[in-house]
Design a protein around this ligand. Sequence first.
Ligand code: NDP
Ligand code: 2IT
Length: 443
Amino acid sequence: MVKAILEQVKKRNPGEPEFHQAVEEVLESIAPVLDKHPEYKKAGIVERLVEPERQILFRVPWVDDSGKVQVNRGMRFEFNSAIGPYKGGLRFHPTVYPGIIKFLGFEQVFKNSLTGLAMGGGKGGSDFDPKGKSDGEVMRFCQSFMTELCKYIGPDTDVPAGDIGVGGREIGFMFGTYKKIRNEFTGVLTGKGLDWGGSLVRTEATGYGLIYFLLQMLKDAGKNVKGATVVSSGSGNVSIYATQKCQQLGAKVIAMSDSNGYIVDNDGIDLKVVKQLKEVERKRIKDYLKARPNARYHEGCDGIWNVKCDIALPNATQNEIDKKAAETLVANGVWAVAEGANMPSTPEAVKIFLKNKVSFGPAKAANAGGVAVSGLEMAQNSQRMSWSFEKTDKLLDEMIMQHIYRQAKASAEEYGQPGNLVVGANIAGFEKVARAMLAQGIV
Ligand code: NDP
Ligand code: 2IT
């Protein structure tokens, strides 16, 4: 049955391999659940899950600094609203096309379900490249993008946030435009600035949550991050705060990257330098060497997985760890991999990690801390309240990440695959959404 559904997905969504890949992994995992629950089959739960509830594609015209008109494509895939309003980030990157946004939106449904909060799944973005653009150009693009997107979203309908290429600056420009057009100050976006409705810990949440999840995995494996050598790819939001938490816990992060290349600093990455370069100056990781001349820089981002480490944190983008990279990591003695990025390991790479008994934290579970604190931001906005850093951080760790780990572990055990958190996370995320869809009838 799942085979036929996958064939249909491929037929309906040709030329979108990332979406096919994400669907195939989930379908493989949940096949035994469907066998146990004929009512899910009868209600076409899976056939409905793989088809977004709504697909929005639109033109985004804007004027660059030289006065030339530029046209980008904007999109939002509202995947599933069975357990709450659509929720998920916006990605601005030249590689964005429907296949990328659909894979992300599909995964978001299960991830959001795992958080235990009332959030459905969606994702959006544009092929706009913020890199090298002036603040004025980014603002004009964001304003044009939101002029159309604002027709479809709202605090109880669809609540976007950041992803690659969308951080505090872009959320600010989009929020301003939404507020002006709709004449309402609501929690329609998350990841807002702390002075205007943002939540403490949201900036840190994905990276911190990743490490809280990792700690649970390591506890079961009889290991600890203290003293471990870590490689964290990327140098954006997720990588920076995963690195910060690792360092707080006494691990040594020795390598980070961007799309041009990677740095290795055997004395341990100086995060102040990376934050200044990436968060303030928007420069390349190569410039790290100006402040830390003893570090080394290598062209090309793929080589980062040749750096020997105990713990690998793929925190950049999809399919960044392929079969060869996974084999190299295992040969170099890696004992844990936790995915901060979405779908960063190819299916072949995942198999290699599982076969070699590497503690493996799949993205849907391990990186859910970001959207979870987005959910907490929505709760604070509804209450017109702001919670303290300590309270929010504790909720992220204890109420959310530890709970996600326990659910994924328990579901893997229940279905006879103990330790396989890929299967466990997919099943646990699916079951809640399936029950809600069943209860709500054929819609
Ligand atoms: P940022 O834009 O802050 O940083 C992205 C980083 O990854 C940059 O260093 C970027 O390098 C690098 N990168 C992006 N695309 C590529 C590529 N095609 N090849 C190589 N390197 C690349 O994004 P985030 O840190 O927010 O996101 C990173 C990952 O985490 C993504 O997969 C995202 O979906 C996922 N994620 C993010 C969450 C969040 O809350 N922000 C939540 C959960 C998951 P460069 O600057 O050169 O482009
Ligand atoms: O992939 C993700 O979970 C995110 N980019 C965060 C989404 C959100 O709504 O905070």
